[in-house]
Write a protein that binds this ligand. Structure first.
Ligand code: PAF
Length: 284
C-alpha cells in the first residue's frame, strides 16, 4: 500500500489508474481503525480494482467542546490494518491542504431535511462538516464507488442525498454495522469508556433489539419507545434521543410505513454512543 500526503501525488497516481481503466473505490475514515473500517475496505475491494482509503480527522464536523483534540490518532497501526485488509492507496491530507483559507472561509455543503433532527439536533453543524469534507474527498478522488457504514445511519442518508442532489456519478455502498460479541457496535469512541462503562455499553444494543421485537409484534410505538428509554436510563445511560423514522429518508413514520429504522444516541459518562436497528413494521 502506498501512502500519499499531497493532492498532486494523489491526482497523478489516480490518473494513471484511470487511464488503465481501473474502477476506483473510496473509503473515507478519520483513522483509529477497527474491524468496521476493514469491512468497508473489504467491501470496496469486491466492487473495484483500486481501493483508496483516506484518514483525516475533519475539524469542520466537530462542535465546540467536542472531542476533536482527544480523537485518537494512530497512523502507523492504521496503515498496517489497511494494508492487511487489501487497501491500495492511503491519502492522509491535513487541514492546510483541504481548508487552505481556514475553516470559516471555506465553501460548505448543506444537505437539508435529512441533516435535521437526531444527531443533527444535538450536534449543530456536524452534518455540514461531514457533507463538506465528503464532497471534497469525492472531488479529489473521483471514485466510481464509495463505502460507508450503516452504524452512522444518518450520515449515510446525508451522503446518499448529497450524491443524488449534486448528480455525482458515484455509487454509495453501505456495509452492515460490525459488533463486538456482546452486541456493542464498533466505534473509535468505545475506547473512551472505562471498564464499568464498557460493561454497561451493550445495553444500548439489547434495548434496541427488545424494542424491535415489540414493534415488529405490532405494539404501539409510543409505549415501546417510552419503555426503551426507561431501560436505557436504568442501565446507566443518559439518552440523547431514541426515535423511529422511515428507513429510506428518515422522514416521520406513518400508518403505511413498513421499512423503519430505530435510531438512538445516549451518553455513558462523557462518551456519546450511537446505534440503530432496522424495523419491519407489521401491515395493518
Ligand atoms: O464516518 C466518519 O468517519 C467521518 O464522518 C467521515 C465520513 C470520514 C467524514 O469525515
Amino acid at each position: 500500500m502506498q501512502t500519499l500526503n499531497t493532492i498532486k501525488a494523489l491526482r497523478q497516481t489516480l490518473a494513471t489508474h484511470r487511464r488503465q481503466g481501473d474502477k476506483i473505490a473510496l473509503v473515507p475514515t478519520m483513522g483509529n481503525l477497527h474491524a468496521g473500517h476493514t469491512a468497508l475496505v473489504e467491501m470496496a475491494q469486491r466492487h473495484a480494482d483500486i481501493v483508496v482509503a483516506t484518514i483525516f480527522v475533519n475539524p469542520l464536523q466537530f462542535g465546540a467542546g467536542e472531542d476533536l483534540d482527544a480523537y485518537p490518532r494512530t497512523l502507523a497501526e492504521d496503515q498496517s490494518k489497511l494494508e492487511a485488509a487489501g487497501c491500495n492507496l492511503l491519502f492522509t491530507p491535513n487541514n492546510a491542504m483541504l481548508y487552505p483559507n481556514g475553516l470559516e472561509a471555506h465553501t460548505r455543503v448543506l444537505v437539508p431535511e435529512v441533516s435535521q433532527g437526531l444527531c443533527g439536533a444535538s450536534r449543530p453543524g456536524h452534518f455540514e462538516g461531514v457533507a463538506t469534507v465528503v464532497t471534497l474527498l469525492f472531488n479529489l478522488v473521483q471514485p466510481d464507488i464509495a463505502c460507508f457504514g450503516e452504524k452512522d445511519y444518518q450520515q449515510l442518508a446525508v451522503i446518499r442525498k448529497l450524491t443524488a442532489d449534486l448528480h455525482l456519478p458515484i455509487d454509495i455502498i453501505a456495509t452492515p454495522t460490525v459488533r463486538n460479541d456482546d452486541g456493542l457496535a464498533l466505534s473509535s469512541r468505545n475506547g473512551y469508556l472505562d471498564d464499568a462503562q464498557r460493561a454497561k455499553a451493550p445495553a444500548l444494543y439489547r434495548t434496541l433489539c427488545q424494542a424491535r421485537d415489540a414493534l415488529e409484534k405490532g405494539m404501539p410505538s409510543n409505549d415501546v419507545l417510552h419503555e426503551a428509554l426507561q431501560n436505557l436510563i436504568a442501565a446507566g445511560f443518559k439518552p440523547d434521543y431514541l426515535e423511529l423514522r422511515r428507513a429510506n429518508d428518515l422522514g416521520p413514520v406513518s400508518d403505511t410505513t413498513q421499512d423503519a429504522i430505530l435510531l438512538a444516541a445516549a451518553h455513558l459518562g462523557t462518551t456519546r454512543l450511537i446505534d440503530n436497528m432496522p424495523i419491519l413494521l407489521p401491515k395493518d
